[in-house]
Every structure is written in C-alpha cells, then in structure tokens.
Ligand binder design. Sequence first.
Ligand code: NAD
Length: 411
Amino acid sequence: MSNNPFETALNSLFIASKYADIDPNVVEILSKPKRIFEFTIPFKMDNGDFRLFTAYRVHYNDALGPVKDGTRFAPDLDLDTVKALGLWMTIKHAVAGIPAGGGKGGIRVNPAELSEWELERLTRAYIRKLPLKGAWIDIPGADIGTSGKTQAWMLDEFEEIMGYHSPAAINDKPVEVNGTQGSAEATGTGAFYVTMQAIKDFGISSNASVAIQGFGTVGRMIASLLYKEGFKILAVSDIYGGVYSEAGLNIEKLVEHAEKTGSVINFQDAEPITNSELLELTCDILIPAAVQSVINMENVNNINARLIIECANGPVTHEAEKILEQKGKIIIPDVLTNCGSAIVCSFERIQGLTDDYWDLETVLQRLRERILKAYQETYQTAITKDISLRNAAWVNALVKLARAIKKRGWV
Ligand code: NAD
C-alpha cells in the first residue's frame, strides 16, 4: 500500500463512492482539486542570507461553500499532502453539515529554525502572495507549525491589504482579535460528545477502561473529560513514552505533571509503559490521539480494545481496518470524531461575519448539537447500508456533495 496520503484519501473516496452509488462524473470531479496554487516566496533571513520558500494553497472543492481550513508550516510539506488534506476537509465539512468546502495550504519550512521576526515576515508574505482569499472565497486556519499567533498576523496583513476589517477572513485567531471561544477545546470536546453517544449505542458501560495515545491539545482534553465522567483511564502516552495504572490514573494530577515537566513520563503512582504496549492493552476503549498509521499490520492482531475512537487523522491503516472489522471491533472514524475544530471554525466565521461574539457555553452547546447530528446520520447510514461507520460517514458526505454539484450544474 502506498504511503502517498493523496492516494490514501482517493482510495477512501473510490470505496465509499461505490456504496454511495453516485454519478461517476461527480467522483471524477472529487478526485481532483478545483484549484492549485504553488508559488515561491523569496526571503531574506535575519542575517541577510537569501532563501526561496515553496508555498501551496489548494481549493479542493467548493460545491458546499467557500473553502476553509489549515495552514501547515512543515519541512516535508509537499503538494500531494496538501491535496489529501484538502480532500479530507471537503469530506469533513460535508459530514458535519458545514456550508464550506475543503482548502489547505502551507509553506515547506521548519518553523523551529526561524526567529520570531522571520516567522512573522514569512507568515505575512504568505498571505500577501495568496492569489484568492477572503471570507467568501478561502479562509485559512491553523495547522501543524501555525497557531493563534500566526493567525493574528495573517488577519492583520489581510486587513492591511484590503483596507478594511474582515475578521471572518482568517480562522483560529486569538479571542483578542475577534477569534472564538472554544477553539482549543473544540476537537477533544467534540470527540468526547461522540464517545459518550457511541458507548450508549454499542453497549459499553460508563465506567469503562480507556487507553489514550497522545497527550497534546486533543488527548489531554478528552482524557480530562472522560476522567470527570468516571471512566478508568488505564494508560496515557506521548512521544517520550507512557504511564499505566491498573487502578486508573488521576488525570487532573497528570495534566499538572505534564505541564510542569513537558511529558507524562515519570508520573508518580504509575508504572511506565511503551506506546506499543499502550495500543495493545486490554481495555474497552482505545483513543489514538497522536499520529497516523499507529494501528497497522504489525500490531493489528494484538489490539484488544472493543471501541477505537480515532482522534488523530488516519491512525488505522486500510489493511488493519479490514482485520479489525472481521474481529467485530468498532471504529469511530476520524472524519467524524475530530471534526469539532472544523465546526468551531465555522462558528468563528459566523461570529466574524455578524460581529456577534458568543460565550464558551454557547459555542460548546452548538458544537454538541452539530457533532451529535453528524454522528446520528453516520450511525443510521451504517445500519441501513450495513457498512462500517467510516464508509457511512464518507457516503453521507458524498451524497451531500453530489447533490450540490448536480444542482450547480457541474455535471
Ligand atoms: P499536539 O501536537 O498538541 O499533541 C500531539 C501529542 O501526540 C503529543 O502528546 C505528542 O507527544 C504525541 N506524539 C507525537 N508523536 C507521537 C508518536 N510518534 N507516538 C506517540 N505519541 C506521539 O497535537 P493535537 O492538536 O493534540 O493533535 C493530535 C492529533 O489529532 C493529530 O493527529 C492531529 O492531526 C489530529 N487533529 C487535531 C485537531 C486539533 O484541533 N488540534 C483537529 C483535527 C485532528
């Protein structure tokens, strides 16, 4: 199986399009981006050295609305990765019922090697050079290597270029510059709402045991919420290793420890555990919330959890998924589980367009309604068509996209 992320995304598209029974011309449209921008940024470093950076922005598909989503600054960024992320965002917005298309972009650069001033100048140059941008065309958000800080610079540069304020043109901004409440909580909290519904539907008890890989923004949030609900969190890990407690970890204390030391390892009242051991633990719920492809042909036969909640993008490989399905394991797919940030970004745009800013309670309540609706639609399709939840989520997205594409008269 190829490691090319765009081929992986297309594979999901072609499999689901058979179940969705949609017009092959629609599938052909969805197999290619609508627009690709690849451009260079000539740049003078602080010490006077010259660098030429390669940048991208892909408007994958805008049948449902203006494209939106992240901006990745990474040293290995390439066009196929940006195209894959654009297709996934197209699907994620459709799954969540968000009137937006999928977009993605970024710069091939290691932001850790830039000074603060270089990062600001490069971020501003990226926005200046984007050929098509704005609240009704393309709304760049944050991703790996970007953050609220870069998004505030992007907003400022955009508004300087246009000569007017336009908070809906950039997402993932800090609240001080018209961002939304709940940005940081969005994905972990959305995944928590989905988990609570899934355990009811699949008959898993509310004091079930849980293992979580990844203790960053998403893993930490869902771990804290499940802990407060009374789940027994048996193990948690990060890139440095993991910790295990048969009696259950105290997540409040673990968060304090991780904030103080930068890792979960060496936490008191717990035993060390490796990332591989964590994935293979005997537990009810496994939550991969770190990186892609961690459940694969090498470890799939040792996966014991009954319910797998995909918080990371693509943590289960296609081949491993087939085996897990044969064994009756339930996978709640990434395009559904982690769409909370896409939902809250759409709320951020609405707030920017209306100049009406919501409190955290309102954001979380609307997130809950929206993500549980997406979950219910996926669950119903899975039952009706007797297909996996992943195929069901993609089928629902493709049906919505096909209807919009037909009504627009593209096919
Ligand atoms: P993060 O960078 O805040 O945290 C990642 C965590 O995973 C850290 O604890 C890190 O130590 C750990 N990790 C990294 N590499 C690892 C490895 N090889 N083995 C074990 N642990 C490893 O990231 P995040 O924002 O929490 O995102 C986690 C996942 O969720 C990613 O796959 C991301 O693409 C996905 N996701 C995040 C969001 C969001 O809003 N943050 C939205 C959608 C999807």
